[in-house]
Design a protein around this ligand. Structure first.
Ligand code: FDA
Length: 570
């Protein structure tokens, strides 16, 4: 019995948290506790059903946070989904397994993150992965891969599920993308993403169920006696070792409400690790006295560490949809995706957009600085935005993702901007940990973000109207020619996009890994600046968006961080 004393206490048994729990408890002399607000969901059909995307939305395993009214998008609020379960958001997400573009991971290194680049992260992507080689049948239907970039012995099963749609649809959709000049890309997880692909998912092909962090990283090791899991347990704050003579504060545990509703504390002899997700970990820092003093003092919280960037730099993406009726019904898994560069979307207009954005960078920085209440710095934001601009216009990494879902008498396209400039924040609104936070992603704050979405919406219409699809697609249901006529102005498109968008649920950077003078909250070992033994290990630390989806990168980051923790102690 641990007696409530552990070497490591992990807050949040989600995507990243369970990687850490698994890796640290490999050493049987190391005791680990995971405290998770949600429950086990191994038998929850809304989770396991590989065709069930969205079934869990609005149920009790969805935090369904509400954003602040979005000032640049008609003042409407947005529902921000996140998983509340063992496995975290990996239990409710779209299961896409897509990493990132090399250049954008390399860009992390330009933010003061020595040792973080594509080459150094690739072994950790591989270490986490157990790639299930597609069957012959699946290969005939478009599943393709380069085994060099995949791991085959890690915990996380990736690949294609049994219900892969047939070859005829694959060729049809390929021809559609080719009509826009987008090449076919057989392997999209090797660091070059531009192109059309049939992407792999996090799936257990044998059982035909979702592969989530719980299944991959917890289930196989649940009997380890040095690992304790507290479910239905909600962490309020870190507790501090008041007897420590260290010059920097030292955490000695956490305070939480257990499954019986009782307020408790448990002790961490070595470290407290926050893995509560990008919309939660910064709040726990604030409630523990780490953050912007002005915010902490407003809520009567003693300042342990003055770290003003906690909760700042929030970045998300926005999703739109083009929905078409079809004379054909398709059933099975529809994992077709295109990743488009700025040139693919804007063609001859790319040069003009390039000039407009370059000339706007100082203004973008000023807008973001003002919106942050002066917490962010003009020169720093100019530098960050220059890196961001280079990724889009010089490296020409994908800026838009278009996902095709052929369904029952329907062909739906979802699309989102991969690299919005807009930045928002998330902060506590009270010193009571159950009070909802103020979450403001500032969608469409900067005009590039809207222009990119308009360009992509137009590309979707072109795809649907392409020769390849003309025998299949019958009518545009959404946005519809009534509200957005064929010759619609950009203003009309903008209105339709702002009326119809949703969050892409890819929240990052609220405790960013960056040099402190650039607005960082954690260092390259993901240790919180100014604290001896608290790390943040989850999507909060990702400093810039990735062109893939987040879990692949979150798993890899957590694998790398686990090594950093081990090397400190062993
Ligand atoms: P994650 O949310 O996984 O874990 C945080 C955990 O902490 C949760 O279990 C939570 O309950 C717990 N917690 C929070 N506060 C707590 C507290 N105070 N006390 C105790 N526990 C607490 N990505 C992808 O790769 N492919 C995809 O297809 C999609 N699609 C997608 C769809 C939807 C609807 C969403 C919401 C997200 C996606 N994503 C995605 C994104 C991706 O799933 C997500 O970014 C990561 O899973 C986040 O992992 P983290 O470890 O950061 O947090």
């Amino acid at each position: 019995d641990s007696g409530g004393v552990y070497d490591f206490v992990i807050v949040g048994g989600g995507t990243a948290g369970l990687v850490i729990a698994n890796r640290l408890s490999e050493n049987s002399y190391t005791s680990v506790a995971v405290i998770e607000a949600g429950d086990l969901v191994f038998d929850n059909k809304n989770v396991t059903d590989v065709y069930g995307y969205g079934l869990s939305f609005g149920t009790d395993i969805d935090w369904q946070y509400e954003s602040a009214p979005q000032a640049y998008a008609g003042n409407k609020t947005q529902t921000l989904r996140a998983g509340k379960a063992l496995g975290g958001t990996s239990t409710i997400n779209g299961m896409a397994y897509l990493r990132a573009q090399k250049a954008q991971i390399n860009a992390w290194e330009h933010l003061g993150n020595v040792g973080w680049n594509w080459e150094s992260l690739l072994p950790f992507y591989k270490r986490s992965e157990r790639f299930q080689i597609p069957t012959e049948d699946q290969c005939l239907n478009g599943a393709a891969y380069d085994i060099e970039v995949h791991g085959t012995t890690g915990p996380l099963k990736t690949g294609w599920n049994t219900g892969l749609l047939g070859k005829s649809v694959t060729s049809l959709i390929n021809a559609t993308y080719t009509s826009l000049g987008l090449p076919y890309r057989a392997e999209s997880n090797g660091g070059d993403m531009r192109g059309f692909t049939r992407y792999p998912a996090t799936v257990d092909r044998e059982l035909n169920v979702r592969e989530d962090a719980g299944r991959a990283y917890y289930l196989p090791i649940q009997n380890r006696t040095n690992l304790d899991l507290y479910t239905n347990s909600f962490v309020q704050r870190i507790t501090w070792d008041e007897t420590s003579t260290n010059s920097t504060p030292r955490a000695d545990g956490v305070q939480f409400t257990d499954s019986a509703g009782k307020r408790r504390t448990i002790s961490a002899k070595k470290e407290v690790i926050l893995s509560a997700g990008a919309l939660r970990s910064p709040l726990i820092l604030e409630l523990s006295g780490i953050g912007n003093p002005a915010i902490l003092e407003q809520h009567g919280i003693d300042v342990k560490v003055d770290l003003p960037f906690v909760g700042e730099n929030l970045q998300d993406q926005t999703t739109g949809a083009g929905v078409y009726s079809s004379n054909t019904s398709f059933s099975g898994t529809a994992d077709y995706v295109g990743h488009f560069s700025v040139g693919d979307i804007f063609g001859n207009d790319t040069y003009d957009l390039n000039c407009t954005v370059r000339d706007s960078l100082l203004q973008y920085a000023a807008t973001v600085v003002e919106a942050s209440g002066g917490i962010l710095d003009q020169k720093v934001m100019e530098k960050l935005f220059m890196i961001h601009y280079d990724l889009i216009f010089k490296d020409q990494i994908p800026i838009s993702e278009i996902l095709v879902s052929p369904g029952e008498n329907q062909m739906a396209f979802s699309y989102w901007g991969l690299l919005p400039f807009s930045r928002g924040n998330v902060h506590i609104q009270s010193n009571n940990s159950t009070t909802p936070a103020a979450i403001n992603p500032n969608y469409f704050q900067l005009d590039y973000d809207l222009k990119q979405q308009i360009g992509t919406a137009k590309a979707v219409r072109k795809l649907a109207g392409s020769e390849a699809l003309c025998d299949v697609v019958t009518e545009e249901l959404s946005p519809g020619l009534q509200s957005v006529p064929l010759n619609a102005s950009n203003e009309t498109w903008a209105q339709a996009i702002k009326d119809g968008y949703r969050s892409n649920y890819h929240y990052i950077a609220t405790a960013a890994m960056m040099a402190q003078d650039l607005g960082g909250v954690v260092d390259t070992d993901l240790l919180v600046y100014g604290v001896d033994n608290v790390r943040v290990i989850d999507a909060s630390v990702i400093p810039f968006q990735v062109c893939g989806h987040l879990t692949a990168t979150v798993y890899a980051i957590a694998e790398k961080a686990a090594d950093a923790i081990k090397s400190r102690y062993y």
